[in-house]
Design a binder for this molecule. Structure first.
Ligand SMILES: Cc1cc2nc3c(=O)[nH]c(=O)nc-3n(C[C@H](O)[C@H](O)[C@H](O)COP(=O)(O)OP(=O)(O)OC[C@H]3O[C@@H](n4cnc5c(N)ncnc54)[C@H](O)[C@@H]3O)c2cc1C
Length: 843
């Protein structure tokens, strides 16, 4: 409301000015100012142009009292503008006083937060903060591709692994992967995808690594979680980047061969999300090691939730290091440090298991009491003591883009693949359930979200292969891909009804559904990631001026600091004004005149992303300037701004993915669904941000410049949903592309293969079924209620041949085989092990 009022006042004021002071030149003045701001011309260019126009206006504009006052005002404004061009003056009058205020506004930041902020690289996320993203930067990147060796691994060992996995046996019968699967994983290099070849690893690209995880996840969440961990943040990754040559030469070949199984222990009972607050200690002291006294670390720790811990042979341990006797000659509190601790080191107790929601990947606690190790056990050696947190956050920017996004995407792909087919072969009310509008909407959502997840996963992996370490996208992917995965898992269950719910060997959805909260929680729980990390990190890291300003105010050389701050500050002011203008103009024109890098059906989405980028950048600046450090505390506002950034990022990924896949026309419906969904969501989050913005006057001003026409984006409609659902309830090319890299081989026990077989038969036999319905049921020649009876009567009535009847019977058998669920003798459901001692460790 306030926004509408402010818009109206602005328009009326402009109209009044035009009527009072000479229309054409005033309009020219306004248009020139807007144009220059829109095109981001320099202050000098702006001042010169404004001078020329004002001279023209003074001589040729209308005369009279109101015009005189107006001209006087404009000359004053111009004088101010010219003054700003003189840097020494503006530094003295504006920059220096503002620097003091800026320091006060800056949120307090710990060393660990600063290290987190500086980790990784800024990529497409940085462009979205500019208000004018350069699409060529994104579109120029080569589509990610698998090498011949990577493809062979997917088609060979990965396919074979999937064939060996029986999720019911793993989750219910034995509560673990079978020994032969463990052996296969180790011997074929599944735990060594990120280890360099010179150490015996596979050295796969990030994209290949992601595709392998997606494929395994389409078959078994237990196996994909097991494989993800050694290839993510952990000993191998840390050693490769920071290890000493000795550590690398010893551990990496052993890890590559599977002789060592790693885990990484950061989390404990008292430090979960706030991982930097770990109370676990490593005290520098002297003690005996292998028969002689050495300087080392006495470790005391209590960790929980550690994946692979029960079977790990080497523990990557994070702890806080202290040197109370200053044996190392430096600080007492050295900071977070990472070391490699062999499992059998005296004092380590390990082996018990947690039970994460029925998915029995190896996970458990680790405790250490007075564990003594030499200083050489620190990853990177003693010189890396205290660098643990920086090491972790640096490597997390890559790992978080791959492990969970790939696993979740693989599971979602399997869910869509299965649901599309199931909705076609499962009939109720004499129709495939997938033909009902309510079900179509749900299937369309599954397809649209899965496409978005796949786009984000593959394009971002491609960027990593191009040398990026995208820390802000890592947080966006972690949060949004797992949340979308949660939605897809729920939707798949809904469409399957009871078939999804009853567990047993025939259930192909239940375990995927159960593991969702694990994906939501690990590697930075989602609430924290959304509320604190995405925008919190993005605002400082990706903003074109904020980090420069922060570094300038902290510059110990005062003169250089003021100089740098002055440049950044005035660049920032121009940037904000330009974004305000760009936001207003693009919102008014619905971005119709914004440059798009491609032609055709998708061009409009590029334009809309640019429009949101300008509105977002403007809103960010107003929020940071007016709320300062308080913005960090108002998590609701930060989270919504983070959502807008993420929606723009994901929409860009969708557009690039469409290009990467060859711009298939058939996919346009799903691209449209995904973009509409994301743009609508961006709009709603921006609206929510404005509604909750504490300064109502500024909120009104922002609304006038961001939504001058109100909220014009709408969510994907029903007609589009029908088209999108149709892409996976039939055997289309789009379905094939979406199902790429899932395990869908046709073989007994593989539901994804069997469902595809049934779907193909459903399409092939549809004319026969129609014939029986029209010429048999409707004419009264076929009266049986059950399918076999109907086939028999149709055959007897001469409506179908013997061969056709056989095909229909075969199809019906296959459908019932899929639709049927398991039942058990009561004793079969009880856990087969004897109850053992329960432990609740008190930290
Ligand atoms: C199955 C499993 C496997 C794991 N594997 C490992 C492993 O191998 N190694 C390892 O070190 N750790 C591992 N973890 C730990 C995992 O990373 C942590 O569980 C996670 O970081 C969250 O900690 P927490 O569970 O103690 O939740 P808490 O920190 O207690 O948080 C509770 C809730 O509050 C939210 N929250 C907290 N602070 C904020 C905030 N400022 N703003 C908004 N929301 C907030 C969180 O998002 C969460 O939803 C694993 C956990 C699980 C469950």
């Amino acid at each position: 409301m306030l926004g509408a009022v402010v818009s109206l006042v602005l328009v009326l004021a402009a109209a009044y000015a035009v009527t009072q002071v000479g229309g054409v030149i005033t309009l020219l003045l306004i248009a020139a100012a807007l144009f220059l701001a829109y095109r981001r011309l320099s202050l000098l260019a702006f001042s010169v142009t404004f001078t020329v126009l004002l001279l023209a206006y003074t001589f040729f504009g209308s005369a009279g009292a109101p015009a005189g006052v107006w001209k006087g005002f404009l000359w004053l404004l111009l004088a101010g503008l010219w003054l700003l061009n003189f840097r020494p003056l503006r530094k003295a009058l504006i920059t220096r006083p503002f620097m003091k205020e800026y320091l006060r506004l800056l949120p307090a930041m710990s060393q660990t937060e600063r290290e987190a902020l500086e980790a990784g690289t800024v990529w497409w996320d940085g462009e979205l903060f500019t208000g004018a993203p350069r699409w060529e930067k994104l579109l120029a990147a080569k589509p990610p591709q698998l090498s011949a060796a990577e493809q062979a691994f997917l088609d060979g060992p990965c396919e074979e692994l999937c064939r060996m996995l029986d999720e019911w046996d793993i989750t219910h019968e034995r509560g673990d992967l079978p020994p032969e699967v463990w052996q296969f994983l180790k011997s074929k290099g599944f735990f060594a995808m990120i280890i360099q070849k010179k150490y015996g690893g596979l050295e796969f690209s990030a994209y290949a690594h992601s595709c392998v995880l997606a494929k395994i996840a389409s078959r078994s969440p237990t196996a994909s979680s097991t494989v993800a961990v050694p290839n993510s943040l952990g000993p191998a990754e840390l050693l490769q980047h920071y290890g000493t040559e000795e550590q690398k030469d010893y551990y990496l070949p052993r890890l590559a061969r599977g002789e060592e199984v790693p885990c990484f222990a950061l989390t404990g009972p008292r430090a979960g999300s706030d991982a930097a607050s770990i109370p676990d200690t490593g005290i520098v002291t002297r003690d005996m090691w292998q028969g002689r006294e050495v300087v080392g670390l006495k470790l005391n720790f209590s960790k929980r939730y550690i994946t692979l811990a029960p079977v790990a042979t080497v523990i990557g341990l994070a702890f806080r290091m202290f040197d109370p006797e200053r044996l190392l000659g430096g600080k007492v509190d050295i900071g977070i440090t990472c070391a490699l601790i062999p499992r059998n080191t005296p004092g380590v107790s390990i082996g018990r298991r947690h039970f994460p929601l029925n998915i029995p990947f190896q996970n458990g606690p680790i405790h250490g009491k007075d564990v003594f190790v030499p200083l050489d056990f620190i990853i990177g050696g003693p010189s890396m003591a205290g660098s643990g947190w920086r090491m972790l956050v640096e490597q997390l920017s890559v790992g978080r883009c791959i492990s969970l996004p790939s696993n979740t995407t693989g599971a979602a792909k399997a869910g869509v693949w299965a649901t599309g087919a199931y909705a076609r072969i499962r009939t109720q009310f004499n129709l495939p359930v997938g033909k009902f509008e309510g079900v179509e909407t749900v299937i369309a959502r599954m397809v649209g979200l899965t496409y978005t997840m796949d786009a984000a996963r593959s394009v971002t992996a491609g960027a990593i292969d191009g040398g990026e370490k995208p820390s802000v996208p890592a947080a966006m992917l972690k949060y949004h891909v797992t949340e979308m995965g949660r939605q897809v898992a729920n939707d798949a269950m809904d469409v399957h009804g009871g078939k999804g719910i009853c567990l047993g060997p025939r259930n192909y959805l239940g375990r995927g559904y159960q593991i969702v909260p694990v994906a939501i929680t690990v590697e930075g729980a989602n609430l924290l990631t959304r509320n604190l990390i995405i925008f919190g990190q993005g605002a400082v890291r990706c903003h074109p001026f904020v980090l420069r300003e922060m570094n300038a105010v902290h510059n110990p050389e005062r003169g250089a600091g003021v100089d740098e701050f002055d440049r950044a500050l005035f660049g920032h002011i121009g940037f904000t004004l330009s974004n305000a203008v760009r936001s207003f103009i693009m919102a008014l024109t619905h971005a119709r005149f914004t440059r798009a890098p491609v032609q055709g059906a998708t061009a409009r989405y590029y334009q809309h992303v640019v429009r949101f980028s300008a509105s977002f950048a403007f809103a960010v600046d107003v929020a940071m300037l007016s709320l300062g450090g308080y913005l960090k505390k108002t998590e609701g506002l930060s989270a919504r701004l983070g959502d807008v950034l993420s929606c723009m990022y994901l929409a860009s990924m969708v557009l690039k993915h469409h290009e990467n896949q060859g711009r298939h026309d058939e996919d346009l419906a799903v691209v449209e669904w995904a973009c509409r969904n994301l743009l609508y969501h961006a709009q709603e989050q921006l609206h929510g941000f404005l509604r909750n913005f504490p300064n109502r006057l500024l909120a009104g001003l922002m609304r006038a410049l961001i939504f001058p026409r109100g909220r014009v984006y709408s969510a994907p409609g029903d007609r589009l949903a029908r088209k999108v659902a149709g892409l996976v309830t039939s055997p289309t090319e789009a379905r094939e592309r979406l199902g790429q890299y899932i395990y869908r081989t046709l073989e007994p026990g593989n539901a994804l293969g069997l469902l595809q077989e049934a779907l193909l038969l459903a399409v092939q036999l549809e004319p026969l079924e129609k014939r029986i319905r029209v010429e048999g049921v409707k004419t009264g020649k076929v009266t049986a209620l059950d399918v076999p009876g109907r086939i028999q009567q149709a055959l007897a009535a001469g409506l179908i041949s013997e061969t056709e009847a056989a095909a229909l019977r075969d199809y019906d058998r296959k459908v019932m085989d899929i639709i049927n669920v398991d039942d058990f003798e009561p004793h079969e459901l009880a856990a087969q092990v004897q109850p053992a001692a329960r432990s609740t460790h008190v930290a």
